[in-house]
Design a protein around this ligand. Structure first.
Ligand SMILES: [Zn+2]
Ligand SMILES: [Zn+2]
Length: 128
């Protein structure tokens, strides 16, 4: 167990405890003592899948829930079904896959990705 992936892995940045609310979001207590609270909108907007990020040379189809939008420009902005997580499934020991109520389910959120999008003031400042 001394391959490259093992060397790059930071056990202190694994979750100690994960609290999932399908209608509110995800909260993670990390092993290094850090705490992250993600809203549904943030998680959906930061979906790391190839479709949303424009990997493979395609146009990014990033959602815009945090700003009050959705996945498309609805002609009825007042009528937006609330975003929810239908399921959060573990992927190995390094990630979770989120199945969204808007039909999207290809995003696999690794601990690394989740930690990198932590919205707390300290992390936001560190990314600027
Ligand atoms: Zn996606
Ligand atoms: Zn943080």
């Amino acid at each position: 167990m001394s391959n490259e992936a093992e060397l790059l892995h930071h056990p202190a940045r694994d979750p100690e405890h994960i609290a999932i609310s399908r209608s509110k979001g995800i909260e993670i207590d990390w092993k290094d003592g850090h705490h992250s609270a993600y809203t549904l909108a943030l998680l959906r907007d930061e979906c790391p899948c190839a479709h949303c990020t424009g990997a493979h040379g395609t146009v990014p189809q990033k959602s815009n829930y945090a700003a009050g939008g959705g996945t498309d420009a609805s002609p009825f902005p007042m009528f937006k079904p609330a975003l929810r997580m239908l399921a959060v499934d573990p992927v190995g020991t390094y990630a979770v896959r989120i199945n969204w109520s808007d039909g999207h389910s290809s995003g696999i959120y690794s601990w690394d990705h989740l930690r990198s999008i932590c919205p707390c003031p300290a992390c936001r400042q560190g990314r600027q």
